[in-house]
Write a protein that binds this ligand. Structure first.
Ligand SMILES: Cc1cc2nc3c(=O)[nH]c(=O)nc-3n(C[C@H](O)[C@H](O)[C@H](O)COP(=O)(O)OP(=O)(O)OC[C@H]3O[C@@H](n4cnc5c(N)ncnc54)[C@H](O)[C@@H]3O)c2cc1C
Length: 403
């Protein structure tokens, strides 16, 4: 009899949230980002067989049927996990439920269409990696996929001017975002002429300044890092946030040494056949859908059917003597309870922290305070006759996309 590998409470990556109230926690010293591996294949799931029990004097948590896995949060993480479980592990986890506090799925993903405009109020695009494309195709959205122009330039505002970022090795000698001295420092550091790694886990800032110098950090990595994570690179862990680059130094003794080693290993490894259904992006680009990002969570939720419970806000978690979890929800029908063999938390970190604290199941709840960054999206529709003065708009924002 196969067993599940996630028989306890799992915590997915802490993410920023758009909740309209301030995060009650202080910034953390180190924020580790745990990535969700998106290796998914989707199929239409069966109807949920789990019946919740209403909490009343005559009916308690023990009366409810037991789910194999309850996922807290119907954002993209929760939905992807549910989809993967329903598709790849339905034999061992036939009864999976996703519970979402709001009356819609998607979490941070909020696409709005109004007055002939379509805009995103949360994330605006994703990286079209193969696992992600597989999820898109399996969700039935292949024809709705929109990929960006890989040749569209990227710029960093430096010393009052927008300067192009190098997009290929041939740009390296000529791009004017860095000085000649800064480029030489970066090159020597990448070859291994730099201080050795310290004994502790380095932040992004520490790693980049040590390996590639101050200019690479200040002019390339800091803008990139705040654009991707909206986080503070002096607090983000290099290993967690940019694990692939961190590994290069570990395996090859330097960034360039590690790159060569990785290429050699890739060439030696047997080639995995690529799923022929997947579209092939032409170069580095980003993706979305014809009607915005919200199409993805909505498509997955539709396939999961009654396994997704909306307006179910988890308010309490208890561990029962038999090892199962008892979950209490506030719902429009009043308090209801569910029992489950395993629970996956995909809620923002500060919500998870307060929900899990009474269980004291982990170091995380009792010792860790997790920082959350809040970001706001501003949309500006420009008439082609208007131009934007860079100093007016770029100084106080993380980044700007022209579409
Ligand atoms: C402004 C902004 C821009 C971004 N831009 C990009 C981008 O361009 N590209 C990109 O890849 N990423 C981007 N991100 C990050 C991306 O949006 C998140 O990583 C992703 O949406 C996180 O999804 P999630 O499911 O993990 O969490 P969430 O989307 O936060 O979902 C968690 C869900 O849990 C629910 N929940 C909370 N409490 C409870 C409870 N007690 N009971 C039940 N449910 C509960 C919430 O309602 C929510 O639906 C951006 C984020 C923000 C905020």
């Amino acid at each position: 009899m196969p067993t599940l590998t996630f028989t306890d409470i799992s915590l997915l990556r802490p993410t920023p949230s758009l909740l309209p109230f301030p995060c009650p926690l202080k910034p953390t010293e180190k924020l580790r980002i745990h990535r969700l591996p998106l290796k998914l294949r989707c199929s239409i799931a069966e109807e949920s067989k789990i019946s919740p029990s209403k909490l009343s004097p005559n009916l308690n948590a023990a009366d409810a049927a037991t789910a194999d896995c309850v996922i807290i949060g119907g954002g993209i993480s929760g939905l992807c996990i549910a989809q993967a479980l329903a598709t790849n592990h339905s034999a061992v986890a036939p009864n999976v439920i996703v519970t979402e506090a709001r009356d819609r799925v998607g979490g941070n993903i909020i696409t709005v269409e109004r007055d002939g405009y379509l805009w995103e109020e949360g994330p605006n695009s994703f990286q079209p990696s193969d696992p992600m494309l597989k999820m898109v195709v399996d969700s039935g959205l292949k024809d709705d996929l929109v990929l960006g122009d890989p040749n569209a330039p990227r710029f960093v505002l430096w010393n009052g001017r927008l300067r192009p970022v190098p997009s290929s090795p041939t740009d390296l000698p000529i791009f004017d975002l860095m000085s000649i001295g800064g480029k030489i420092r970066a090159g020597l550091g990448a070859l291994g002429l730099r201080p050795p790694p310290p004994g502790h886990e380095e932040s992004v800032e520490e790693f980049v300044r040590r390996n590639l110098g101050d200019e690479v950090f200040e002019r390339l990595i800091e803008p990139f890092c705040s654009g991707v994570y909206a986080g503070d690179p002096s607090k983000l862990s290099m290993k967690a946030a940019f694990g692939n680059v961190w590994k290069l130094e570990q395996t090859g003794g330097s960034i360039i040494g590690g790159t060569f080693k990785a290429i050699q290993e890739k060439n030696k490894a047997p080639k995995q056949p690529r799923d022929p259904r997947l579209p092939k992006p032409k170069g580095q680009t980003v993706g979305s859908f014809r009607k915005g990002l919200t199409m993805l969570p909505e498509a997955i939720s539709k396939r999961l059917g009654s396994k997704v419970k909306l307006s179910w806000k988890l308010s309490g978690v208890k561990k029962l003597d038999n090892g199962e979890y008892s979950l209490t929800y506030e719902t429009p029908e009043g308090l209801v309870s569910l029992r489950s063999r395993s629970v996956v938390m995909t809620v923002p970190s500060y919500v998870a922290s307060s929900l899990l604290r009474p269980l004291s199941v982990c170091f995380f709840c009792s010792h860790w305070q997790i920082g959350t960054s809040f970001t706001f999206i501003l949309h500006e529709c420009l008439h082609p006759a208007y131009s934007i003065h860079p100093e007016l708009i770029v100084i106080f924002i993380l980044g700007c996309k022209f579409t």
